[in-house]
Design a protein around this ligand. Structure first.
Ligand SMILES: C[S@@+](CC[C@H](N)C(=O)[O-])C[C@H]1O[C@@H](n2cnc3c(N)ncnc32)[C@H](O)[C@@H]1O
Length: 257
């Protein structure tokens, strides 16, 4: 797949194109709380933290968080945001985390797993940093359980093009359980994020092209899809942007291996 270089693409527009409302953030934090240990504080690592969409909210909800992000320009956007006493950002990647052994109660990877190039190394590295009994929350898409946002159908082959970016669920599970470091599946569920607002508002976000999907389309295909959505929006500018369901896969690190 063509890799997105977040140092040259998306970093200017990501925070705007993928902004979360308070209601959307709440739904995700509730979903994370449901699969995390109950004790507080929890030490967290937000792996592939990007512009810090989740990092401060994780600190408020659960305890101190380190955001680890390889793209300097994405990290710079996160660091330019409001300072949080329990958030720090560091350079690094899932394959090479700048953290000591057994230092985190959980790791979150929110739409960053499909960018990881050396997945077996990342599975071992995450197990090094997460404590035995700790959790990995993988908010990833899977080719065979792919979400169906309404707008994908407007792009030529949209659903198939987007789904092809991601591995099937069993491959992701095999990477972790086959790493020989103690990962086991603790939970697999779905989350329905509240709507971003109207379809017109979603169109404005799509124009910023802050989805990996756009890296798979030609300029003509992207323009054709956006024009098709413009026609739909013109018919009914206030129509709501329909909700859709997304997957959350949680692993637990056993204390055995
Ligand atoms: C779609 S963005 C998601 C950012 C953030 N988690 C969020 O939800 O807003 C994907 C992020 O993964 C980062 N990334 C790319 N390769 C990575 C790797 N090997 N390990 C960790 N993160 C990576 C990118 O730089 C980018 O910031």
């Amino acid at each position: 797949m063509r890799l997105i270089d977040y140092n040259t693409e998306q970093y200017r527009d990501y925070a705007r194109g993928r902004a979360l409302s308070a209601g959307q953030l709440r739904v995700w934090l509730d979903a994370f709380a449901a699969v995390l240990p109950e004790k507080r504080p929890l030490a967290g690592v937000d792996v592939g933290s990007g512009t810090g969409r989740f990092t401060p909210a994780l600190a408020d909800a659960f305890g101190p968080v380190t955001g680890v992000e390889p793209a300097e320009r994405m990290r710079a956007v996160a660091e330019a945001g409001a300072r949080h006493p329990h958030v720090r950002y560091r350079a690094g990647s899932a394959e090479d985390l700048p953290l000591p052994d057994d230092s985190a109660d959980y790791a979150l990877m929110f739409l960053s797993w499909h960018h990881v190039t050396d997945k077996p190394t990342a599975a071992r590295e995450l197990a090094r940093v997460v404590r035995p009994g700790g959790r990995l929350l993988l908010r990833a898409n899977f080719r065979d359980h792919h979400p169906r946002p309404w707008w994908l159908a407007h792009f030529p082959g949209g659903y198939e093009v987007d789904a092809a970016i991601f591995e099937p669920l069993h491959e992701v599970i095999a990477t972790f359980t086959g790493a020989g470091v103690g990962w086991r599946v603790a939970h697999f569920g779905t989350v329905t994020e509240p709507s971003v607002g109207t379809r017109a508002e979603m169109l404005e976000r799509l124009r910023l092209r802050t989805f990996s999907f756009f890296g798979r389309l030609s300029a003509e295909e992207a323009d054709a899809g956006l024009r098709s959505i413009e026609r739909l929006v013109a018919e009914d500018p206030d129509a709501p942007s329909a909700e859709f369901t997304e997957t959350l896969l949680t692993f637990e690190l056993s204390s055995q291996e």
